[in-house]
Design a protein around this ligand. Structure first.
Ligand code: PEP
Ligand code: MN
Length: 378
């Protein structure tokens, strides 16, 4: 059967953006009890939020952790929405979830990061949505692959769903920074460039994994021009059955909501967009490098301490150090030969007597792990 594609995707402002500032989706990670979702909703409703969220079926990394209250929670969520006048949203991962939500009159569905990673799962959800006019929010996949995110949006759109929102919730990478997942802002910004008609919210709660970082990431999202936020809030965050460390209390959420009203997409002007994204990407690479170098130096330090207790020569650590020294020595020259650009982008260089350049490391750290009086490496 040929599918009829919608001619255009509805603009965000025409359906979800009823408030003057950025769109705000808020609510607990999971619906736990009738009192918990109602109590949380009543607190959040004081802040002119757009939509109440609450997970019913929770795709958790480890079996045995709280996997959601299940279907009975749908009526509690629905009742909390009615009591506060808020539309409600929950996560669906299977066609059966979609069916239960439609029966329970849930207003908005979302597809979680783990589900977006699987085209077969997304297609099954898309098939179950054919002919259904319900808004769908699509989180980015766990891995930093824009194609999967766009593919999921296309699958849902091909099912005939017009009201689609993307949600940026950070990416899993092999480098651990202070946030649980890396924002990699260039990816949502590239999505914006490729699909300008799709509104994008940021979920700082899942990016950060810790509530103290949420306000800064929320502000950054709005500064780069994303359309709003999805924030996890719980009336008693410390006792939450899932994601207790990242959920805001109602008071913390109220403060965030007050502060973000004044932030609008000022960070990236159209003319500067490419440049901003390039600098953003360089910042991310620098951050990765600094984490990796710090890790490398601490392993080296440990290896040195361990070696002191050994009688023989520890060839492994010596070789590793030499390999790094050789790489560092070669890198600037290779890059210079190709592009004439210092890898740091801004450091002074000077010519050697044989014409080779010397590079100065801004941080004063010798990546070989030695503490040296001169930080120049020829
Ligand atoms: C959630 O929103 O509670 C959730 C599980 O999010 P994610 O799919 O982004 O991990
Ligand atoms: Mn969560």
């Amino acid at each position: 059967m040929p599918v009829t594609l919608p001619t255009e995707t509805d603009k965000f402002s025409s359906w979800l953006m009823h408030r003057s500032g950025p769109c705000l989706v808020a609510g607990p990670c999971s619906v736990e009890t009738e009192e918990q979702i109602l109590g949380t909703a009543r607190e959040l409703a004081k802040n002119d939020i757009t939509l109440l969220r609450g997970g019913i079926w929770k795709p958790r990394t480890s079996p045995g952790s709280f996997e959601g209250i299940g279907e009975k929670g749908l009526s509690w969520l629905r009742a909390a929405g009615r009591a506060t006048g808020l539309p409600v949203a929950t996560e669906v991962a299977t066609p059966a979830h979609v069916e239960r939500c439609l029966i329970a009159d849930v207003d908005v569905l979302w597809i979680g990061a783990r589900t977006t990673t699987s085209p077969i799962a997304v297609q099954a959800i898309a098939d179950s949505l054919a002919g259904v006019d319900i808004p769908v929010m699509i989180k980015n996949p766990m891995n930093p692959e824009l194609g999967l995110w766009i593919g999921a949006i296309e699958r849902i759109r091909h099912a005939g769903v017009k009201r689609i929102v993307a949600v940026h919730r950070g990416f899993s990478t092999h480098i651990q920074h202070k946030y649980r997942y890396q924002p990699l802002w260039r990816i949502p910004l590239e999505l914006r460039r490729r699909m300008p008609e799709i509104p994008i919210l940021c979920d700082p709660s899942h990016i950060c994994g810790a509530r103290q970082y949420v306000p800064a990431v929320a502000a950054e999202a709005l500064e780069v021009g994303l359309d709003g936020l999805m924030v996890e809030c719980h009336w008693r965050p410390e006792s939450a059955l899932s994601d207790p460390g990242q959920q805001l209390s109602p008071g913390q959420f109220a403060e965030l909501a007050r502060n973000i009203v004044s932030i609008s997409g000022s960070g990236v002007g159209e003319a500067n967009e490419q440049l901003c994204n390039q600098w953003r990407e360089i910042d991310e690479i620098d951050q990765d490098l600094s984490v990796l170098l710090t890790k490398r130096m601490s392993i080296l330090q440990q290896a040195r301490e361990d070696r002191d207790g050994l009688s023989g020569k520890d060839l492994t650590s010596v070789c590793a150090t030499r390999l790094m020294a050789a790489l560092v020595k070669q890198l600037p020259r290779n890059i210079e030969r190709k592009s004439g650009v210092c890898p740091s982008g801004c450091l002074e260089t000077e010519a050697d007597s044989d014409g080779a350049r010397k590079w100065q490391f801004q941080s004063g750290i010798d990546p070989c792990g030695e503490s040296v009086s001169s930080n120049r490496l020829a």
